[in-house]
Design a protein around this ligand. Sequence first.
Ligand code: NCD
Ligand code: ZN
Length: 473
Amino acid sequence: MIADLVIRNGTVVTPEADFIASVAIADGRIIAVGDDAAMPAAAETLDATGLHVLPGVIDVHVHFRDPGYPHKEDFGTGTAAAAFGGVTTVFDMPNTIPPTGAADVLAAKHAIASASAHVDYGLYGLLGEDTIGNVDELVAGGVIGFKLYMGNTFGKIPSPSTGAMLEAFEVVAPTGKRVSLHAETNSIMELRETRLRAAGRIDALAHLAARPAVVAVEAVSRAAILAEWTGARVHILHISSAAELRPLAEARARGVDITGETCPHYMMLSSEDYARLGGVIRVNPPVREKSDHEPLWRALADGLIDMIATDHAPHAPEEKTRNDIWTVDCGFPGVETQMPLMLTEVARGRFSIRDYVRWSAANPARIWGLAPRKGAIRPGADADIAIVDLAARWTIDDMKLQSRSKITPWHGREVRGLPLHTLVRGRFVMRDRRLQADARGWGRSVHEIQNMPPAAPRNVDLSLASVTRPPEG
Ligand code: NCD
Ligand code: ZN
């Protein structure tokens, strides 16, 4: 067999090992990993000597704003940013216009994404109080999972009551799909924001004051209880505080299928950066204290937090630089800067490149049932690959980012590590730091669960559907 491409003599990284090897690719899949002399003949070769060959990042939390907010981002620009960040699969959030909560809206988003995506993608379905009845049609229409907003954030999606959330979990549990949670309790932060506004606070730190860690702790705890009761699989998005780790660990210890992500900003920025960054740092949940950093790093290291995601949340500069913090849009881009920010910590010796691959690719693939097809450099897997120069030193410049949003808290930050080439199913989508012309529309939806234990719903006889079913006969 003649391979389409052999990537020669790079350092291949898996969660267990890194070793010099060549990688042969045919028809979009990896067909061999090993000694260069053992590789098949190839139509094309790429010399990766001195470079690292990583499984492409799976970023399970991005907001590409399409349809609805074309001035912030669209699927084309968002996935171009992904390609430049070494990201080969993204999961896109449903807070677009209209929200992705019904089959027709989902179908329209699939059409947009398949026409313009440069990388593969999963689409989240919205699990809101009024979309619980749409779960089956959303699963049939192809969602990677569901998103439930326990608290208000950008897009003003109403948060379901605890009663509706229980019903939502009951309905999703038998599908085996994971419910990803924006775990901030609305009533706590709403009251605090009202009082802070009444007291005249409009400074950036007022945003943090409105959302202390207890907002997240309460939400994680409650979500874990409902997940345990129903058997629904859940995922805690953007873990921001040390305090959330206890309810997460306790639920895990009880056997709840609960996973978690954190983002670079929660480990690299703190309350000390608010004065410098102003509204640019405004994000939900808020960036917290320096004392949260170490516990979050440790939780990643010991596996309590499963992965790194970005919550890529682009906005226009004008929307991020208003004086009154309550009028500033929440979030900032991240899909393109996560890898260099994290690789800088690898260069500093905080963790290994193998750890990075576990958190950025292997664990997300396993947790959403995309393994063994995605998230690994191994024969049979999709050839989703980032080829990276770990030694490159450069400075993040917002104006040079692919995202339409040219404003991030990372502007001016010096980093180590640069993705030089990104392949999605064997095709270069970014090569030598250039977007490839034929990459647009190459991205495909991933939503079939391939390799997961069967769904395990619990207390089914007590579910709302069961107790309201008319008696037989
Ligand atoms: C996100 C957005 O802008 O869509 N904003 C944010 O502050 N994180 C929404 C979200 O993930 O909460
Ligand atoms: Zn969120």
